[in-house]
Design a protein around this ligand. Structure first.
Ligand code: GLU
Length: 280
């Protein structure tokens, strides 16, 4: 079995841009440098926004970049049973509850004078806990994590960052997690899971030992380590890389930051020149 296993996990909700190329190439190069393996995972749980044409384009773009990966590719739309079983496991631990709040309800609760200034976590405003102590029929409800109960079971969580931006060990105490992350959604009503639950379950299922992704997801990693501990899954190492903002050869205006990779191909840019422009 390969030592180092990395992955690239795009969502087929639009064309890949230079930031995706940077992420995929970084994960691929890190795996290759250690004789490891690079895996691809299609994160298509947000079905209303995903398109088969974008998925096809992802394969095409990555092949053009010179990447290869083992088949079959894991697709989250085919993993609903795994997410349901993880949710059942969390439910059996007593760390979940149903929530029927709308975004408007949450906003209204947070603007109540006694709440003070609402802190913001990786998923936006920290949930004020309206449904936490009510017996909700889980039918038609979103499922949230009861962070206080979860951390009472597992204590502090930790992960190791090997990327250049936040290198070192990161430790999160129960108090920090309850205050700064709170009761995040584990399963949305419409898709029966969430990014956090799916990514935690899938990274373990694919034996990923180094998660490579953009630094915009650094804060979400605390949530993933909590879920790994609760579900008895291993915690991989993490490499959160810088975000690519300037593009077009050497320098490009910000407004073009999300220009599709395929347009560079059409312009005649080679994968080698693209690597160079990304300092890879
Ligand atoms: N699917 C996510 C995205 O397209 C990436 C998630 C991850 O790498 O953990 O941004």
């Amino acid at each position: 079995m390969a030592g180092l296993i990395t992955r690239f996990a795009p969502s087929p909700t639009g064309p890949l841009h230079l930031g995706h190329a940077f992420s995929a190439l970084t994960a691929y190069d890190l795996a290759r440098s250690q004789n490891g393996q690079f895996l691809l995972r299609i994160e298509d749980i947000d079905t209303p926004r995903c398109r088969p044409a974008f998925e096809a384009q992802i394969y095409d773009d990555l092949h053009w970049l010179g990447l290869d990966w083992p088949l079959p590719v894991m697709r989250q739309s085919e993993r609903r049973a795994a997410y349901a079983s993880a949710l059942a496991q969390l439910n059996a631990l007593g760390v979940t509850y149903g929530c029927t709040c709308t975004r408007g309800d949450i906003r209204a609760a947070l603007s109540a004078p006694q709440e003070g200034t609402a802190p913001t976590g990786p998923d936006g405003p920290i949930y004020p806990g309206t449904c936490r102590h009510q017996q909700r029929d889980p039918e038609g409800a979103a499922i949230r994590l009861n962070m206080a109960r979860a951390t009472a079971l597992i204590g502090s969580v930790t992960f190791v960052e090997t990327g250049p931006l936040h290198t070192g060990s990161h430790i999160y105490t129960p108090e920090w997690l309850t205050t700064h992350v709170g009761d995040v959604v584990l399963a949305r009503r419409d898709i029966g899971t969430s990014y956090h639950l799916a990514v935690s379950v899938d990274d373990a299922a694919q034996d990923i030992s180094l998660v490579v992704r953009g630094v915009d997801l650094f804060e979400a990693t605390a949530i993933h380590t909590v879920l790994q501990r609760l579900l008895d899954l291993p915690t991989p190492e993490y490499h959160h890389h810088r975000l690519i903002r300037d593009t077009q050869g050497k320098r490009l205006a910000k407004r073009d930051a999300a220009r599709a990779l395929s347009l560079y191909r059409d312009d005649g840019l080679t994968p080698e020149a693209l690597r160079e422009s990304l300092a890879l």
